[in-house]
Design a protein. Sequence first.
Length: 110
Amino acid sequence: MTFTELDNALADTGRRSLASRLVFALADGLDKNQIGLNLDEFEKQSGYIRTNIRSVAAALKESGIIEIQYYDDSVPENETIVMGSVSRGRWSKQHYCLTDTVKALLKRQA
């Protein structure tokens, strides 16, 4: 992937500023040795509403920019298990991380 391809993918979401903010928040997280960022944390730090975040995240996933995983919100935080698919309906919360391709482009490895 090139920076131009990344830029095009961000623009294709229809919400470039939110998409950029999510990608850069994930890159900053890698710099802090964090694997990813969950929807609730990103909503708090960005001020964007979760409906828009989910929409942009889905578009970024389709473009191969991020991966979306899920965690069960009904278990204590210290027992959180990240899953690859929604298995608990509304109790499953989204967790975002950059794909290896984007990590390599940004020269960040987890």
